[in-house]
Design a protein around this ligand. Sequence first.
Ligand SMILES: Nc1ncnc2c1ncn2[C@@H]1O[C@H](COP(=O)(O)OP(=O)(O)OP(=O)(O)O)[C@@H](O)[C@H]1O
Ligand SMILES: [Mg+2]
Length: 328
Amino acid sequence: MLEIKNLNISFVQGEKEANALRGISLSLKRNEVHSLVGESGSGKTVTSTCIMGLLPTPPGRINSGQIILNNQDLLLLEEKDQRQIRGKEIAMVFQEPARYLNPTLKVGDQITEMLILHLGMSNIEAVDRALEILELVGLEGGKRILDSYPHELSGGMKQRIMIAIAISCNPAFLIADEPTTALDVTLQLQILNLMLSLKNTLDMGILFISHDLRVVHDISDWVSVIYAGRIVESTSRKELFTNPKHPYTRLLLESIPDADKRGQRLQTIPGKVPDAENIPGGCAFHTRCPIAEDICKTDLPETKEVGSDNSGTSHTAACHFIGKQWKN
Ligand SMILES: Nc1ncnc2c1ncn2[C@@H]1O[C@H](COP(=O)(O)OP(=O)(O)OP(=O)(O)O)[C@@H](O)[C@H]1O
Ligand SMILES: [Mg+2]
């Protein structure tokens, strides 16, 4: 299990402080997809970069929190030990592979580098393993692909290469920050299916970051909804989609375009996520919430168990008025 506990991160620039994460807790289990979903600016990428040890400090500052893997708090490890774990135990795929692949290095060298560095393989062993990994990520053409430079490959192929690099050391956990947003729908589906099959083959836990609830619905076991640096609701995929409790989640679900509602106006949630420098007091969502009352402007709602079924599935949400009707 990989556990993120009460992560609190701000960005400090001069006098200004932006509260990007205000107590994020998440746990990832092997062979499970845990999705983190929320609008732009809610803190998804800050969460993933911090887990990967890639948060620039400064301007970033970790005020509190733990990232526990194998009974160790990664945030307390020295940089060298963190780097060892990153890549080997926890790997990441990004939205834009082109930005993270080295344009001057052949694809093969980028994969074998990982194997040599983290697993201590010889060059020959690493090339053999790289060929196996290419097969795993569905790339045909073996040696020819290893001999290519990133610019010689298509967008979908580059994304597969980035996944290949990420999984090369057989990580226990994969952080995927909007890995398919830049791809067209067909490629998106292929990459999502690839990630699901790798999850099973490699027994990996995946943190899947997205703002697309349809994709989240298709891929997740567990879903956490993030708003202004806090998790507002967290439960199993089935519970979230059939029995959403937090008004923000309910509005997000209503905004999914429905195939049979074609022609109708798309629902979007009025307003936008507050800037991390200017988080409203009380419940940060109160400025956009259809059921907010005075207490929501002053008191931060606690995260509590709100599940109504008896299945024992945990279902938590942070709202003063869980279940309050606002229409129909
Ligand atoms: N380097 C930085 N310096 C200052 N503020 C930052 C920095 N990086 C992120 N932030 C702030 O932290 C908040 C969360 O940003 P983050 O990038 O995590 O959002 P996100 O959920 O990933 O959004 P998107 O869906 O657009 O990728 C935002 O208010 C952003 O302005
Ligand atoms: Mg992001």
